[in-house]
Design a protein around this ligand. Structure first.
Ligand code: MG
Length: 336
């Protein structure tokens, strides 16, 4: 087990925080020639620190069952130890899935029953900055072949200027994410003002706990509404039914692949679409886990490894916004 400092290419700002580097927890299990890997990436919004995650993962290694194929036992044990999910549970869940798929001799997406299905392209995230800087970054992403952008919005009145500047440089799909910065009362008017920029959807416009507020906004919005911070684990999916058009499932938030699969299935049953997202700054280990699951969802926002300059691994590279899967078993992660 080790912690690794990863550095963001540009400072990453959202409506409530800014960061330039991050320390993630990597856990590796060596059994003969096989190395299985997992990763925990802390989010202060969920009161996680690198230190807390490192201690939790270290203290929970004994939850990994003897039998690599026994993911049901791993899920039961992780749910008992981490009832709220989170990044420490996620690290052990990813490790368990990497190990099970490697032991079966197949890539993780095949192990998950998703071989041959196409994954949606990933968006590239544009953090909050001066509007001309955001437009510059959008143009750079377009030059790298990205056809989908996720644009972070904030509290102020810059939304229209930001999107109009970006639209001058970027013709592809744009989704926006104010990270809960707007009140339910102001959100409909804000959404109306930006709808003319051809926006795919608005992610978590309003405060996390206020499900009725989210529903209020959805009823008054011509753009689809996607819940992120409000959609943590399976019970939240039920609660959000009717209040939004889709949810953003993140492995680090829900506790891993097993919980994510349950959330995806339930959301689809309830007529909601699903995006697989990530945290700002994850290495290719954590991103690969979500990428292998991505053929089961409508939208992907898995650029955490693309935002850092010192990824210690490569696994599922992105070319022109599309995942390129290898035939290596498990996550397919190898040292960079
Ligand atoms: Mg979000």
């Amino acid at each position: 087990m080790r912690t690794v400092d990863v550095h963001l290419e540009v400072p990453f700002q959202i409506s409530r925080a800014v960061r330039t580097e991050k320390r993630v927890v990597l856990v590796e299990l060596e059994e003969g020639a096989r190395i299985s890997r997992g990763e925990a990436s802390p989010d202060p919004f969920f009161k996680e620190t690198t230190e807390s995650l490192e201690a939790e993962v270290r203290g929970s290694l004994d939850l990994v069952p003897e039998d690599a194929a026994d993911l049901a036992t791993l899920k039961l044990r992780l749910d008992e130890r981490f009832p709220h999910g989170g990044a420490a549970a996620c690290a052990l869940d990813i490790l368990g899935h990497d190990r099970a798929a490697q032991s079966a001799g197949v890539p993780l997406r095949t192990f998950l029953g998703l071989a041959g299905r196409e994954a949606p392209p990933t968006s590239f995230t544009i953090g909050i900055a001066e509007p001309h800087v955001m437009a510059e970054r959008a143009a750079a992403a377009a030059a790298k072949g990205f056809g989908v952008l996720k644009v972070k919005l904030g509290h102020g009145d810059a939304d229209v200027e930001v999107l109009s500047r970006i639209r001058e440089r970027f013709a592809g799909t744009i989704r926006v994410d104010p990270n809960a910065a707007w009140t339910p009362a102001e959100a409909p008017a804000r959404i109306e003002r930006i709808a003319r920029f051809d926006i795919e959807f608005v992610e978590q416009p309003t405060p996390t706990e206020d499900i009725d507020g989210l529903r209020y906004v959805r009823e008054r919005s011509e753009l689809p509404i996607v819940a992120d911070e409000a959609a943590v684990r399976l019970p939240h999916v039920e609660r959000l039914s009717g209040a939004c058009d889709g949810i953003n499932v993140k492995l680090q938030k829900c506790g891993g692949i097993a919980e994510a699969r349950a959330m995806i299935a339930r959301a689809h049953d309830l007529g909601m679409k699903v995006m697989l997202g990530c945290r700002a700054a994850e290495t290719s280990v954590a991103i690969a886990a979500a990428a292998h699951l991505a053929p089961s969802v409508e939208w992907a926002d898995l650029d955490g490894n693309l935002l850092i300059v010192d990824d210690p691994f490569r696994a599922v590279p992105v070319v022109n916004g599309r995942f390129v899967f290898s035939d290596r078993p498990g996550l397919g992660a190898v040292p960079a």
